[in-house]
Design a protein around this ligand. Structure first.
Ligand code: NAG
Ligand code: NAG
Ligand code: NAG
Ligand code: NAG
Length: 303
């Protein structure tokens, strides 16, 4: 499958750091997403077999849907594409607000990126392709940011050089220790929560599956305050030991999108046992994308 990502998201919580405890200041629900995020009808920077729609087109085609406490972003799952025409209709949205030091709690997640990439950094909170678990959390930066090979985390470090110009932009990644952190295992478990905390001393990422007994109550209940000190050991810890967080990470936007094939998924499509040609698969199998969508109930901002 290609980006098999069926995500039912009761909440997406963003907090601006002000110590380790943050208070709810804003709550974006349903159609609020249409005014607080911008649809980006751009060419996919990673060359996916996708056609990102404007908000007006996406609403008209019901690719973007907002009603009550539901906000859904999906892909066209009915059209067989012409090989010579544009890619599969889908959307990419970017928050109008930018965040520096903050906490984001999502169900399941998104990613963040700054202007003038990679100089303001990129934090991938959920990253994976072709339905292969587990999830990895990855930083992509300008040169001069590396991670120690051993940190206080439960996940496995897969790369220590965060420089986007090295290693084909692999970035510095940490693989989650839980198989239900992505794809079929994630969906089968009913989803889960991702949380990312960014301060000037570290970036940390946590994951809790829906039925995990250790989900912090503030995360689970969308509490009016959250205290990251009580969240236990993160699966990914990116300390500032050899990476000045202030100079490598600027204001970032939250980005949520759905793309197919392209630089990463397309290149590993065959080796991951998905078939011989990712683009043809996307062109010819619209129904494969019925279960590839984002579904948010709310986005709460904490400061
Ligand atoms: C649009 O999508 C929503 C969410 O999937 C669905 O409930 C609704 O029936 C769709 N509307 C139309 C006109 O297809
Ligand atoms: C946050 O949690 C830590 C660890 O339990 C505790 O020491 C601290 O007092 C809490 N902060 C607030 C403001 O409640
Ligand atoms: C980190 O970068 C900031 C911004 O460029 C700079 O002001 C600060 O002195 C740097 N810190 C260290 C320890 O080099
Ligand atoms: C979102 O877009 C980025 C490129 O800007 C891509 O690397 C990533 O895989 C996309 N995410 C999804 C879930 O399609």
């Amino acid at each position: 499958m290609v980006h098999l990502l069926r995500a039912v998201l009761p909440s997406l919580l963003v907090a601006i750091v002000n110590g380790a405890t943050y208070s709810l200041s804003d709550n974006i629900v349903g159609s609020d997403f249409l005014s607080t995020f911008t649809h980006q009808a751009i060419a996919d920077p990673t060359h996916g077999r996708v056609n990102y729609l404007s908000q007006a087109d996406a609403l008209a085609k019901n690719i973007t849907y907002a009603n009550g406490n539901t906000f859904i972003m999906r892909a066209d799952d009915t059209t067989v594409l012409s090989a010579s025409g544009p890619g599969r209709n889908a959307v990419r949205i970017q928050s109008n607000a930018q965040y520096t030091t903050h906490v984001v709690v999502t169900w399941p997640a998104a990613w963040e990126v700054g202007d003038n990439w990679p100089n303001n950094g990129e934090v991938d909170i959920v990253e994976g392709v072709n339905g292969v678990a587990p999830n990895a959390a990855t930083l992509h930066t300008s040169s001069g940011c590396t991670m120690p090979s051993s940190t206080t985390q439960t996940g496995i470090t897969t790369g220590t050089d965060c420089n986007a110009a090295d290693n084909g932009n692999a970035g510095c990644g940490v693989q989650c220790n839980k198989a239900n952190s992505f794809a079929a295992g994630f969906n089968g478990a009913g989803g889960g929560w991702y949380a990312m905390e960014r301060t000037n001393s570290a970036i940390k990422v946590w994951f809790w599956s829906r039925t995990d007994s250790t989900v912090p109550s503030d995360v689970k209940n969308g509490a009016s305050t959250v205290n990251t000190s009580n969240w236990g050991t993160p699966f990914a810890d990116f300390p500032n030991t050899n990476c000045n967080m202030t100079s490598h990470f600027g204001p970032n936007n939250i980005v949520i999108n759905l793309t197919f094939c392209g630089d990463w998924a397309g290149n590993v499509f065959t080796s991951q046992g998905c078939g011989s040609d990712c683009v043809s698969f996307v062109n010819e199998n619209p129904s494969a994308f019925t279960q590839a969508y984002w579904d948010f109930a709310s986005l709460a901002v904490y400061q």
